[in-house]
Design a protein around this ligand. Structure first.
Ligand SMILES: Nc1nc2c(ncn2[C@@H]2O[C@H](COP(=O)(O)OP(=O)(O)OP(=O)(O)O)[C@@H](O)[C@H]2O)c(=O)[nH]1
Length: 588
């Protein structure tokens, strides 16, 4: 049998939905199953060996499980997740999306889903806090199905309803989902496992579904190259007393040894250094030793360790690293990192917004989401917002693209003023979801305003009746009283008679001696008409129509009929008939 490495699992979810409690519960499972061999604490991660999981799951345990266990990344949260990248995707092989079943989806739940979708990471939904469902009776650490059976029917129904809500929410994001025990094909359907991180109910099935997913769908990715050069991802860079600069890393492939030469690639270039020490946490029982860490000579994936190495001050969290043996290895590595950065940053449009984010992971997630939302991107880069970004955004032809969107970044001094001068808007946020929401609603609003302006500038249908008793002047201009029978009358429009012949243009409109810009249905007003003489071109008692330009008529017929009053619609149809008597294709 091929040797598989331990799958790496991340935990995501909205604030307070129970990520930490869930991880703690899993970490403390050794209390339940003392004999089964303990949990190993790594740096930044917790390893649960397969024997322990088997012990927790007891009679539910399936055959053919060959993965050695699960490695949970201890830092819950999306920032960690998007940071934790490895070649071609996320560092985590699997994820648990924790949702408080009583609260349902929240902004960060949606954000987590977007990220999982971007990285195509298989995940399980832990529908947490089932113990808080009114009437729920808790059975500590029991499998969910066992506990569920013992609940009252109303309580069962309450939970079912909540689960259906979750299924509906997931469906909105394009995921089909169901309660885990009703799923046949776990590749197509996302499993929802009801759990309580507090009482431990459902944890056996949650682990079981994770193990099953890993075993069945990730086998290829999990094939371990024990002998291969180590590859890993940096979780954190920090100074340790007495050790100098260290970096906490997750090694996802190969074996790392003290003395190995490694290349670390970040957005700011590649650092080449060598491993001076590999440290693991010291087990709690060895209390006499002062240091928290224990030095080891080598470590095999998957594992979380602390590396001591010179020259890593500028390494940033989220960087990848790899053991390099020759100059050629370094070159290859540099090339790969450069390509990866390019892949995310260069596929951009001529016209579009400028996007700046804090890490390559968040950049990739946001590029993906903006594309989904149909928002073009001109430039996407890691880094703070500077004047060049504003200038690039300002160069867009369409003003709804004159945007700089920043995720978890700063705006450098003086840039706000520059943006104001160029008419560029800056959107900043540290939640992907609300950032996208703000950007898309602003763009929608702009589009709506623009549409409104376009509609307002259209010449609209209008039908008027000249009032023979109110002829104030016969020509240059003719001034006559009219009643607006339908629609609205504005200045500067042309008029036609029912036979289609021109009848001058409206120079001004007066009501009670005051000039007004518009007269509406039912109004009686005096208008000045250029280009006609009453008695010669007009009798002074005719019905006239506003002569709508063909282009405008087309838009009105296509988009605006429903917004017209009944009378205006009728007048418009009469007007079209007049025009189409001569040319049946007029305005079509
Ligand atoms: N009743 C009940 N309470 C829970 C459960 N899981 C978590 N809680 C409580 O919910 C609160 C938040 O839990 P955390 O685990 O801190 O949530 P989190 O998602 O890690 O929150 P952040 O780390 O702030 O993002 C705590 O008071 C927990 O005790 C559960 O299953 N049942």
């Amino acid at each position: 049998m091929k040797k598989l490495r331990t799958p790496i699992v991340a935990v995501l979810g909205h604030v307070d939905h129970g990520k930490t409690t869930l991880l703690d519960k899993i970490r403390n499972t050794r209390v339940i199953a003392k004999e089964a061999g303990g949990i190993t604490q790594h740096i930044g991660a917790t390893e649960v060996p397969i024997e322990l999981i088997k012990e927790i799951c007891k009679d539910l345990w399936p055959k053919n499980i060959t993965i050695p266990g699960l490695l949970f990344i201890d830092t819950p949260g999306h920032k960690a997740f998007t940071n934790l990248r490895k070649r071609g995707g996320a560092l985590a092989d699997l994820a648990i999306l924790v949702v408080d079943v009583n609260e349902g989806f929240k902004p960060q739940t949606e954000e987590a889903l977007m990220i999982l979708r971007t990285f195509k990471t298989p995940f399980v939904v832990a529908a947490n806090k089932i113990d808080k469902i009114p009437g729920w009776q808790s059975f500590e650490n029991q499998p969910f199905l066992k506990s569920f059976q013992q609940q009252d029917d109303v309580v069962k129904q309450r939970l079912e309803n909540k689960i259906y809500d979750l299924i509906g929410e997931l469906y909105k994001y394009g995921f089909s989902a169901d309660r885990f025990d009703r799923i046949r094909d776990f590749t197509r359907t996302v499993a929802i496992v009801p759990v309580s991180a507090l009482t431990g109910e459902g944890i056996p099935e949650l682990l079981l579904v994770l193990v099953g997913l890993a075993q069945r769908y990730l086998e290829k990715n999990l094939r371990l190259h024990v002998e291969g050069k180590a590859k890993g991802t940096v979780l954190e860079v920090k100074e340790e007393k007495g050790l100098g600069m260290t970096m906490d890393v997750i090694i996802y492939d190969g074996t790392l040894r003290v003395g190995d030469k490694i290349a670390i690639g970040g957005v700011n270039g590649v650092v080449v250094t060598h491993v001076r020490g590999i440290l693991k946490p010291r087990p709690a029982q060895e209390i006499r030793v002062e240091s928290k860490f224990k030095s080891v000579k080598e470590v095999t994936a998957a594992a979380g360790v602390k590396i001591v190495a010179p020259g890593i001050e500028n390494v940033v969290a989220g960087s990848e690293f790899e053991v390099v043996e020759s100059e050629e290895d370094v070159k290859k590595f540099e090339e790969r990192i450069r390509k990866e950065i390019e892949e995310v940053t260069i596929k951009t449009d001529e016209e579009g917004v400028v996007l700046k984010t804090d890490t390559l992971g968040s950049l990739e997630a946001l590029v993906n989401e903006l594309k989904e939302a149909g928002i073009p991107i001109k430039k996407a880069e890691v880094g703070d917002i500077d004047k060049r970004d504003v200038v690039e955004a300002a160069a867009n032809r369409d003003e709804i693209n004159r945007l700089v969107i920043g995720f978890n970044v700063k705006v450098l001094p003086g840039v706000e003023e520059e943006a104001a001068r160029y008419g560029v808007r800056i959107f900043l946020d540290n939640i992907i979801y609300s950032l996208l929401d703000n950007v898309t609603s602003w763009r929608e609003e702009q589009k709506r305003l623009r549409e409104k302006q376009k509609i307002e500038s259209l010449i609209k249908p209008c039908k008027i009746q000249l009032l023979k008793d109110f002829i104030f002047r016969r020509s240059k201009p003719a001034i006559v009283g009219v009643k607006v029978l339908a629609g609205e009358l504005r200045r500067d429009v042309k008029l036609i008679k029912p036979d289609g012949t021109p009848a001058g243009s409206v120079r001004s409109i007066q009501k009670a001696g005051e000039n007004i810009p518009v007269a509406t249905e039912g109004d009686e007003v005096a208008i000045a008409i250029d280009g006609v003489t009453i008695g010669r071109h007009l009798d002074g008692n005719e019905i006239l129509y506003v002569d709508i330009p063909e282009k405008h008529a087309k838009i009105i017929e296509r988009d605006l009929l429903d917004s017209l009053s009944e009378e205006a619609k009728k007048a418009f149809m009469e007007f079209l008939q007049i025009k189409r008597k001569e040319n049946p294709f007029w305005g079509r």
